[in-house]
Write a protein that binds this ligand. Structure first.
Ligand code: ATP
Ligand code: LTN
Length: 331
């Protein structure tokens, strides 16, 4: 039997998980786990590149773990682990820092965007974020990295660093390929459809959170900004409506055309009511399962421990290889 290809992805516990995270990432992972040997991480070390309240960080980390499982990621098939439980990630990151260039890191748009909005000091960690991400991916000899469009540049950088290391020494890392979902690749904010829906957004009405109650989901959809055109159609002059149609399409599997047809002659409130119902049907079972998992923290931690043992074993193997090639003495 051929060995399955390896898949790695992760989400930062930097806030409550949004519909963007779910449709752009988690939902696709669930489908991929039968075909790949999957690692899904909660990347807490990435979250601390910007300020986090310790208690919120702890809460988000466990919530993401519960949401992964509640959304259908099967711990018998996939490895779900907390990044800081596998020390090889930080160690590998230092090593790869020595093969990464300030020039290439300076060109990363996520860094430029995040640092631009900070009035206080920007941490070295924020600048170095992509090297830690490269370590996450390369330690597992990853073939495929499913991410939203915004992360493509970081995967390109990962490929460059890996190729550089392989050329300098000898083949050490698999060169990973990004996989960007066509649908759901970019869910926009409900209050500002020119910006992506993001868990660190200050405006709560702009985001639907996976653990939002049914009423809150419906209310946020009702309040979503639209326009005065009044036609449910895909148009670049109607970014709010376009985003809602996209969400509708990703959840139901209906094409944009089907949706436009279905709502011909109907007003926005009719469309929004249906979309609210569709989202409630999709998210409420996940919320209930996640909340029930969160009732038993010991069980979640037990899963985290077992899975990190598995991840540690695989990651250490690559790390040992790297150190040997670099010329570090092992005992
Ligand atoms: P933050 O607001 O803290 O930057 P985020 O909400 O952008 O966080 P990440 O942890 O950076 O989320 O991303 C986790 C995964 O979810 C990534 O694969 C990312 O591409 C995807 N993702 C995040 N936001 C969206 C979105 N609005 N639409 C589609 N995919 C998204
Ligand atoms: N940088 C990613 C999160 C992330 C990740 C990874 C994704 C950290 N390490 C490894 C895929 C593979 C983000 O901001 N979405």
């Amino acid at each position: 039997m051929n060995k399955k290809q390896v898949l790695f992805s992760g989400i930062k516990p930097s806030g409550d998980i949004t519909l963007g995270n779910y449709l752009g990432a988690i939902k696709n992972w669930v489908d991929l786990q039968n075909d790949y040997d999957c690692y899904f991480s909660i990347v807490d070390l990435h979250a601390i590149t910007v300020k986090q309240e310790p208690k919120d960080l702890r809460k988000s980390t466990l919530e993401i773990m519960a949401i992964y499982i509640a959304s259908g990621i099967d711990i018998k098939k996939s490895t779900i682990f907390i990044q800081s439980h596998v020390p090889a990630h930080t160690e590998c990151s230092w090593l790869l820092n020595c093969y990464s260039y300030i020039g290439e890191l300076s060109r990363m748009t996520q860094y430029k965007d995040t640092s631009k909005n900070k009035d206080q000091n920007v941490s070295v960690g924020l600048f170095d974020y992509p090297v830690l991400m490269a370590s996450d991916i390369l330690l597992y000899q990853t073939d495929l990295v499913p991410v939203g469009e915004d992360q493509k540049q970081h995967i390109e950088l990962t490929r460059d660093i890996a190729t550089r290391f392989n050329n300098l020494y000898s083949p050490t890392f698999k060169i990973p390929t990004p996989s960007i979902p066509k649908a759901g690749a970019r869910i926009m904010g409900l209050q500002d459809p020119t910006k992506k829906m993001s868990k660190s957004d200050e405006n709560e009405n702009g985001c639907i959170y996976i653990l939002d109650s049914d009423d809150v989901i419906r209310r946020k959809i009702n309040k979503a900004v639209t326009d005065t055109v009044g036609i449910v159609q895909i148009s670049d002059d109607q970014l709010g409506v376009k985003n809602l149609i996209n969400i509708y399409s990703v959840v139901t599997g209906l094409s944009f055309n089907d949706i436009e047809e279905k709502y011909k002659g109907k007003n926005y409130s009719h469309f929004k009511k249906d979309l609210g119902d569709i989202l409630v049907a999709e998210l409420s079972p996940i919320r209930e399962k996640a909340n029930s998992l969160l009732q038993n923290k010991d069980e979640l931690l037990k899963i985290a421990k077992e899975n990190s043992d598995k991840a540690n074993y695989v990651a250490q193997k690559t790390l040992r290889k790297m150190k040997k090639k670099i010329g570090l003495i092992s005992l």
